[in-house]
Write a protein that binds this ligand. Structure first.
Ligand SMILES: Cc1ncc(COP(=O)(O)O)c(C=O)c1O
Length: 472
């Protein structure tokens, strides 16, 4: 009978313990030796083929499965732990974050609700986040996968604030809501409008000034025009660090406009939020502390391993009005494990939720907020060094001001040649910038987000570009 059948734990932990220690040592070596490896290697077809197969019906020894991981997966990962990974906006991770993932996996806690310590850890992380950005101590929030979902939550909370909680049952019913963001806003903002049922056409993308910041008079004019035409402006999304160039909107200006116009003021600070920890960079974010809600990531500039996004909402009731539900099977009790209300499942769309907070909590405690602020400063200094080098090279041309940590530039060759140069750099494993379009031209885009990146890394990037035969 079932009593004879073993559970999934090892009968004897000694082999697994040895294997676990080997995994840990190997991953420490992997992180410590990152500079000796190419940034990225394309996965060979043989490795892709070796990963494929039908559902394994029977067991495979854990050591054999780990060997497959070591041979087929580990060498062909994204490469964002490497100091010369500069593509998109990727954090570098830390060994302490990795250990926190191990501990969280061991506890296997579900942070949807109930009365247990992991939720207290998340509450502390939310309180620290509010403190970091200058929001009130009572600010509510939850950790989510990333800023894309955090922005969606921001849009939903703003919608409920505009139309009242009845919208949750009755739907939008042609409410005519219109939202506003700069033309430099991340694509997850229109996607949030889409997913919220508001439609991307209801998002007004306002032009930017030469510095890439939302044009405030144009924003005010568009809000007035929409009101005049009988629509219902409800939300302005400010960006603290645009994805293309790192521009930061005039957040205090947006705050004032939102106050005057009674609009919800949300900030997408996906990576820029961490600038708040640097006394030197903090003034760039002035006005973020007035936000009704802020979305940002710990997996970017805070170097917490993927994934760890965060939504903060100034008025806790606005968040619960948007998400709280009553269900008999989730009854909150005054005592016992079902105590501890309010539960995080009332603050966002997820019911089952992992213990993301542990890796954030451990990162903030082990390094301290000041050290993370200095990581952001170093990244900005490295970006300035890259911009200065680009400006000195006649074969290169800079395409945007460098407000924070992103440098967009191009070689004075065709768009196709610039794209080929980037692919060459990636395939040679020398560096991994990405590309974007700036002013209709293809830009080589270097986002300095990794705490390991230093000036010689960006010098190596430029040297390799200048060495490319397409420039000869
Ligand atoms: C400004 C901005 N907003 C939102 C996002 C999306 O964040 P995530 O990838 O964590 O969903 C990014 C990602 O780079 C970003 O730079």
């Amino acid at each position: 009978m079932s009593e004879d059948k073993p559970d999934l734990d090892p009968q004897d932990f000694s082999d697994l313990r040895r294997l676990g220690h080997r995994m840990l040592d190997d991953m420490f070596d992997h992180i410590a030796g990152v500079r000796d490896r190419p940034v990225w290697q394309k996965m060979p077809q043989a490795a892709r083929t070796a990963l494929r197969g039908s559902l394994p019906r029977g067991p495979t020894p854990a050591a054999e499965v780990y060997d497959d991981f070591a041979a087929l997966v580990r060498p062909y990962s994204t490469g964002n732990i490497h100091p010369r990974f500069m593509g998109w906006v990727h954090g570098g991770g830390t060994a302490i974050g990795m250990l926190a993932e191990l501990l969280a996996g061991g506890l296997n806690a579900n942070l949807g609700g109930r009365d247990h310590a992991p939720i207290e850890v998340e509450r502390q992380v939310i309180a620290w986040s509010a403190e970091m950005l200058g929001l009130p101590a009572a600010t509510a929030g939850v950790l989510v996968t990333g800023t894309s979902i955090a922005n969606l939550i921001g849009v939903l909370v703003a919608r409920t604030a505009a139309l009242g909680p009845a919208v949750r049952a009755g739907g939008l019913a042609g409410g005519g809501l219109t939202a506003y963001a700069s033309a430099g806003a991340h694509g997850c903002i229109p996607r949030a409008m889409d997913m919220a049922g508001l439609g991307t056409d209801s998002l007004r993308l306002i032009p930017c000034d030469a510095a890439g910041r939302i044009d405030l008079p144009a924003l005010a004019e568009r809000v007035a025009r929409d009101r005049g035409e009988g629509r219902h402006p409800f939300l302005v999304v400010g960006t603290a660090g645009t994805v293309d160039t790192g521009a930061i909107d005039d957040l205090a200006g947006i705050a004032a406009l939102c106050r005057a116009e009674r609009l919800w003021y949300h900030v997408d600070a996906a990576y820029g939020a961490l600038a708040a920890l640097s006394p030197r960079l903090r003034p760039l974010l002035t006005g973020i502390e007035q936000a009704d809600s802020v979305a940002f990531d710990f997996h970017k500039w805070a170097q917490v391993p993927y994934d760890a996004g965060c939504i903060l909402v100034r008025d806790p009731a606005a968040l619960t009005r948007t998400f709280a539900q009553q269900a008999a099977y989730l009854r909150r009790e005054a005592r016992g494990l079902a105590g501890g209300a309010p539960w995080p499942c009332d603050l966002g769309p997820d019911l089952s939720r992992g213990f993301r907070a542990l890796k954030v909590w451990m990162t903030l405690r082990v390094y301290g907020a000041d050290r993370l602020g200095s990581v952001a400063e170093i990244c900005c200094d490295v970006a300035q060094a890259l911009a200065a080098r680009v400006d000195r090279e006649p074969a290169l041309e800079r395409l945007a001001p460098v407000a924070l940590n992103i440098v967009c530039f191009r070689a004075r060759v065709s768009d196709e040649a610039n794209a080929a140069i980037v692919a060459d750099l990636q395939e040679a494993g020398i560096a991994a910038p990405s590309t974007t379009m700036i002013g209709g031209r293809l830009a080589i885009r270097a986002a300095i987000v990794n705490h390991r990146t230093r000036v010689p890394d960006v010098e190596a990037l430029v040297d390799a570009i200048l060495d490319n035969p397409l420039l000869k």
